[in-house]
Write a protein that binds this ligand. Sequence first.
Ligand code: MG
Length: 203
Amino acid sequence: MKIICLAKNYVAHVKEFDSVVPAEPVFFMKHENCIVRNNKPFYYPEFSENIHYEVEVVLKISKVGKNIEKKFAHRYFDEIGLGIDFTARDLQNMAKDKGNPWEIAKSFDYSAPLSDFIPVSAVNDVNKLDFRLDVNGSTVQEGNTELMIFPLDVQISYISRFITLKTGDLLFTGTPAGVGPVKIGDRLEAYLEEKKMLDFNVK
Ligand code: MG
């Protein structure tokens, strides 16, 4: 199983980093080691002093596909959930400065708390889904999948040109604006529409 993550996929988030809206999807990988399930706590790692939350809609790939045409992309996932793309922003900035890959900033152990999945058929329109993240009871990120720069079908089509998608692969579809640091003791709750999907603590 692999985890593919979109970067820079919401205009407001791109702007909060003074970055440029990309002409094509930008993606990177996390590893299986990143996954944390069942609302287990996130343990703040010793190698960073600036871990940021990024709430994201996650698709679970349901069949093998390569060079998937955009019009058929919706056939390649049937479940959705939410995840947090925890990012060691200090290490990421260092990597960016040096032109190095992002692995230690993005793909460290336990950096991707993941909700249970619900069938796509349980939501009205997967391309118009509200989601949000609350930290300590206050909403810090709000998004709607309609606001993606590269919609789900474009992501799937683009990624599958380079990397074969396989059953069970996960696609983190990018974070909206409002990313920020977590600290030990924080409680994170993430909602897809009105359904609470994640509820865990930082320890
Ligand atoms: Mg992200």
